[in-house]
Write a new protein. Structure first.
Length: 80
């Protein structure tokens, strides 16, 4: 399984739609239009946001950061 940012993907499709309309094409009935229409039907995956130690507000009080460095992350990470 590969996770994607469906909102970002939809933005790309909207841009493609705009370019297609400018060139006189019919986006709604094309392949990209079909993809965009069905995007909302795909299941989504809920997952917590990963916060690396370098972005965590608890970094200086965290043993994980001391042991593993800025690129580490843990379940207690809070962006801040």
């Amino acid at each position: 399984m590969r996770l994607i940012d469906a909102d970002a993907f939809d933005k790309v499709l909207i841009e493609a739609q705009s370019k297609c309309k400018k060139s006189g094409g019919n986006f709604r009935f094309g392949v990209l239009g079909n993809v965009r229409a069905n995007l909302a039907l795909f299941p989504t995956v809920d997952r917590p946001e990963i916060v690396r130690c370098k972005d965590c507000k608890r970094r200086l009080e965290c043993d994980y950061w001391i042991e593993n460095g800025d690129d580490w992350y843990c379940a207690d990470g809070e962006r801040g």
